[in-house]
Design a binder for this molecule. Sequence first.
Ligand code: NAP
Length: 494
Amino acid sequence: MTTAMSVTADREQSVVEQVPKGLWIGGGTHPAAGGATLAVTDPSTGEVLAEVADASVEDGRAALDAAVDVQGSWAATPPRERGEILRRAFEMMTARADDLALLMTLEMGKPIPESRGEVTYAAEFFRWFSEEAVRIAGSWSTSPDGATRLLTMKRPVGPALMITPWNFPLAMGTRKIGPAVAAGCTMVVKPAAQTPLSMYALADILREAGLPDGVLNVVTTSSSGKVMEPLIRDSRLRKLTFTGSTVVGRRLVEQSAEQLLRVSMELGGNAPFLVMADADMDAAVDGAMVAKMRNMGEACTAANRFLVHESVADEFAQRMAGRMGSLRVGRGTEEGVQVGPLVDAVSRDKVAELVQDAVNRGGRVLTGGDTVGDRGWFYSPTVVADVPTDAVLQTEEIFGPVAPVSTFATLDEAIGRANDTEYGLVAYAYTRDLATALSLAEQLDTGMVGINQGVVSTPAAPFGGVKQSGFGREGGREGIEEYLETRYVGIRPQ
Ligand code: NAP
């Protein structure tokens, strides 16, 4: 495994060199019209890793043309064949996990063991949906008056546009691509400009796994808005699925209204993490570390607000500070590193501003609270106690390694505070009391709730939010439904 020792520069270069860097259209790799390229940077050094094709509007349209051309033949491909392609891709990702993990660490920053974890998580979506492909079913019934037979069948929605963020460069792709392949949809994928290499590596794997040309097309561009909007407004596109910020999601929903697209939106979060007075404190601190520090806090599911019962708040904050303060920060390819850089200077500076705002309003920094090093975009793991409710840390997505702790006195207050946000993706709660756990599960206004666990993501469960965190579900039995339409056929026996 790559984790055994730091990675050599030769090996870094070799995994980057292997990746196709052109636009992936119609099963092959092509330069952008006019030969434009965009640079991919290593956030731990600020150095350019590679140049990939920078698509124009015309390139984007060519990708949709390719997807539209094969939609009919792909929809007619037997489900078992579609499933087997995903299964082979799952096995290939698993076999190549070390290379994929290194590539991801280089372009995105997370430490190698975390990238390894994401490769497994991402591949599992292919395994899950390889099994779902052959379970697409309809129904048969008799109308209440007995005159007609009612047949329902599932049909693929049609060509889909998938726009994904940089924080989970593979998994945010496979949880869209997996169900689309299983359902018989063709697609155009646009990964984030910061992390295109992982997606191009994945496209190559799917080709090798037998995915027919044109079913998956990938375009990278430095002009997302300009290149994506004509596709969203193109009547041949039938589905838009987006993972990213709420502000961009809202704009895309507006654009999608023109063609009345089927739309799924996986948007931002502001997850509360509740620690009740009776919680198992060891488990709560372990769970809090995962919920906060997975992906350096750059996750939509990251615990954003720690709400702790006043009787245990000091103990919790001190123990968190001890754990956070002992984490090793550094380049993700180095052995023993637990916290990598943030994705870019803007993100790092925003985190620093949020902490400063909390301090200005009376918050106490127990550990961290500063940038690290003069190269790359590092920020130290930070705990801020006594964070007032009006601090921006409590209302905005932090997207960094900062844990704000504040207190509550009663269960009702905890639930009220937890729900006092425009977001509704996930909430976490630690308690040993069954009645309290049930109250929380029923009253927290989020798409997902983790009781006594700091991670909820799994391909076997429906991931998604409510309120400004979006709509639609990825994974579970629900995930494939996002790519299927129901057709009803009435049959009157003669
Ligand atoms: P972002 O700025 O919204 O970008 C996400 C994707 O949208 C990128 O591919 C980006 O391309 C593209 N994009 C940006 N502007 C666009 C436009 N006008 N038209 C079409 N595409 C456009 O979000 P981010 O900062 O990269 O990602 C972090 C956000 O994602 C956070 O809010 C996080 O909570 C959310 N997220 C949600 C989930 C979930 O499942 N709910 C999972 C992971 C992340 P460029 O790279 O070219 O800008």
